[in-house]
Design a binder for this molecule. Structure first.
Ligand code: NAD
Length: 498
């Protein structure tokens, strides 16, 4: 059995806890490796070593830190195919989608190449007599990132590239379901010139997460995963005095107005609902057509579009999507499909029961389509995180817009229309963090930042972009005075700058 190790001080380090988790090939259902699960003592060791490495890294000027990011970006490009293959082999998403996973992370590395500019402070000359005020951004120290299974390259890069470019050391605790790509990324960062110990990968589960959340030398925790755990991480990290950003689950809606370009809508939504088997936090699992005629046309055309989808193994270049992550997750999705039927929604297409010849043990699910879903249904309220599209019919734009606004999750939302005024109004008023106008998956580019609202994110700074720099730095403000003569007898009065 192949073992997947921790990555400490620039090299693979075997786990000593005696605890492991199986890593599956979702295409076959076979165990392909086992990953070490860190004990609190192993976490502590990684953090102590990172503390030592961080001081020297932070003292390096920002141009030199940026050069490591430039070299790392080039290595990611050179290793794109290898990374995508490795990613697909553990996650199950198709190779083209895995390349996108790496590419979206790479774009944050590109952003981090601008760190000398991004970390510049402000300066006010002459704020008072002989007085200047300036601010500087300083790294926090050692920070941690805890990441989900569904983007094993992109999300570790969202966090680590910016944290490290800012001068922090970073402890990455990736998902135990697909832990190999994060280690490979760390190896490449060392190859790019990062000093050993600045990026440590600690494999593990809740035990490692709790050790990070309570460790006195961890200054900040960035988390992406499901909402209940995000809330737990946020509350626990804050109780231990840490800065925390914790992104959670989602249930993103796509509102379709009668004037939308239906050819485009169907193409967009079939990709956004079923791509990556629906295992994206920015997937679009709820379509909200406005008016019965729009709904009838959408459902009829979606049926045809779904009929053209190919589910296959992740290396099948013709497959639109591959297996889901685990047997347990497949069973959970199937139980939600049954629940939808029991709740009274109309199951137009049932994706259960799909087996691929030669891959009978793989975790495959065909696409499912529900019509006449209503807001009171649990299958509407919960995140299913699988290849299931639910249609909720609305009679007006107001009724449609209220659905995402009132939903417990608030990650992304899209509106499809040719009416600029309606779209503009919708974007301004909807109670959701990221909005697409004729864009089904509105993940902001690397120089904006990513974050939902409500149960989709806990904490007040988003991932990457300038918010990422804010999250991983603290501001120090210096007021300096170099008086030219006698400043008078003002020492007992609160200083003002009249
Ligand atoms: P998850 O919450 O199960 O796991 C996320 C991380 O938390 C993993 O590293 C895992 O080891 C750790 N973890 C699991 N159980 C824990 C516990 N009890 N205590 C402490 N740590 C624990 O999520 P997942 O299944 O890996 O990922 C899918 C979820 O992530 C979905 O809900 C999806 O919407 C969400 N997600 C959100 C975003 C976003 O930016 N909002 C992005 C991607 C994924």
């Amino acid at each position: 059995m192949r073992d997947i190790h921790h990555f400490i001080d620039g090299k693979a380090v075997a786990g000593t806890s005696g605890r492991f988790s199986d890593v599956y090939d979702p295409n076959t259902g076979q165990v392909q490796a086992r990953v070490a699960l860190a004990s609190p003592a192993e976490v502590d060791d990684a953090v102590r070593r990172a503390v030592k490495a961080q001081a020297g890294w932070a003292a390096m000027n920002p141009q030199r830190r940026a050069r490591v990011m430039f070299a790392f970006k080039a290595l990611l490009e050179a290793h794109m195919d290898e990374l995508a293959q490795l990613l697909s082999s553990e996650h199950g998403k198709v190779i083209a989608d895995s390349r996108g996973d790496v590419q979206r992370g790479l774009e944050v590395v590109e952003f981090a190449c601008g760190i000398p500019h991004l970390m510049k402070g402000d300066y006010t000359e002459g704020a008072g007599p002989g007085i200047d005020v300036f601010s500087m951004r300083q790294p926090l120290g050692v920070v941690a990132g805890i990441t989900p299974f569904n983007f094993p390259a992109m999300i570790p890069l969202w966090m680590s590239a910016i944290a490290i470019a800012c001068g922090n050391a970073f402890i990455l605790k990736p998902s135990e379901k697909d832990p190999s790509v994060p280690v490979r990324l760390a190896e490449l960062m060392i190859e790019a010139g990062l000093p050993e110990g600045v990026l440590q990968v600690v494999q593990g589960d809740k035990v490692a997460v709790d050790a990070l959340l309570t460790h006195p030398d961890i200054r900040a925790v960035s988390f992406v995963g499901s909402s209940d755990i995000a809330q737990y991480v946020y509350a626990t990290g804050a109780a231990y005095g840490k800065r925390v950003q914790a992104m959670g689950g989602a249930k993103n809606h796509g509102v379709i107005l009668p004037d939308a370009d239906m050819d485009q809508v169907v193409k967009d939504i079939v990709g956004a609902a079923f791509g990556s088997a629906g295992e994206r936090c920015m997937a679009l699992p709820v379509a909200v057509p406005v008016g019965e005629a729009t709904a009838d046309e959408f459902v009829a055309r979606m049926k045809d579009a779904i009929a053209g989808l190919k589910v296959g193994i992740s290396t099948d270049a013709e497959a639109h999507y591959g297996p889901v992550i685990s047997a347990a997750h497949k069973a959970k999705i199937e139980s939600y499909i049954q629940m939808g039927v029991d709740e009274g929604a109309e199951l137009v297409i049932d994706g259960r029961g799909l087996t691929l010849q030669g891959h009978e043990g793989g975790y495959f699910l065909g696409p499912s389509l529900f019509d006449h879903v209503t807001p009171g249904m649990k299958t509407y309220q919960d995140e299913i995180f699988g290849p299931v599209l639910q249609v909720v019919r609305a009679q007006s734009l107001e009724e449609a817009a209220a659905l995402p606004s009132q939903h417990a999750y608030g990650n992304g939302v899209a509106i499809f229309t040719r009416n600029g005024l309606a779209a503009r109004d919708f974007a301004a008023k909807v109670n959701v963090g990221m909005v697409g106008i004729n864009v089904p998956i509105p993940v902001p580019v690397a120089y904006h930042s990513f974050g939902g609202w409500k149960r989709s994110a806990f904490g007040d700074l988003n991932q990457y972009g300038e918010d990422g720099v804010r999250f991983y730095t603290k501001v120090k403000t210096v007021t300096q005075r170099w008086p030219e003569g006698d400043i008078g007898d003002q020492a007992f009065v609160i200083p003002t700058m009249r």
